[in-house]
Write a new protein. Sequence first.
Length: 242
Amino acid sequence: MTSNGATPTLSLKGVNTHYGAAHILKDVDIDIYPGEMVCLLGGNASGKTTTLKTMLGYLKPSSGAVLMDGENVNGWSTADRVSHGLTMVPENRRLFKRMTVKENLEIGAYLREGETLDDDYDRVFEMFPRVKERLTQKAGTLSGGEQQMVAMGRALMARPKVLLMDEPSMGLAPVLVAQNFEIIQQINTAGVTVFVVEQNANMALSIADRGYVLQTGKIVLNDTSEALLANPQMRAAYLGDV
Ligand SMILES: Nc1ncnc2c1ncn2[C@@H]1O[C@H](COP(=O)(O)OP(=O)(O)OP(=O)(O)O)[C@@H](O)[C@H]1O
Ligand SMILES: [Mg+2]
């Protein structure tokens, strides 16, 4: 692990989250250190999206704390957290389908209104040349793979320090899944800390430094990717071994 006494960029400490009477996250502890790529694995309805919503402040924990750079941000709005460098690529991309690709990208930079965005566009186009070719096309008419590129591009327009990704491989053909993870790796190598939620455990662990496994709202495993890939419990439950 890469802690080395550093302050985590993002943490959950003893977080419990409820939807009404339903207790979803149970004493969840997660630490994500600067520059790491960490994945959160788990089956359907285990609480993965709820974890991301709690990090972003869409949901308030009923107890416990969200910390950014060591500071308790429970009282911060989502916009404050985004200004501080937290950005999410949501489940199913969530593009504005009737707006153009360019307009979707612009929205990613909404907190920097009035600033020139030329460098940001260039960075996105360098990573996704295809997006540049489609700028004036309505986002809803793009292929699934192209929509995923725009969703990642939109997130990069916010100049994130930490990128949260909710199941980036969902609904994509295997070849696109592999491409997608290569791009996520490039984003991480460029200095962005990445926290990626996935059901595709093999793919996520092949690029992440560490992983957490969530089962009905509890972290049941937390280790390096190498150790998780070798863990028999993990292999039986999540990695397709029988
Ligand atoms: N707005 C809500 N109101 C009530 N219950 C909710 C709400 N959102 C999620 N839940 C419940 O919380 C639990 C965890 O949901 P969550 O979306 O976090 O799971 P997930 O791990 O992301 O699943 P998936 O892999 O299917 O996306 C589920 O049982 C879900 O029904
Ligand atoms: Mg989900």
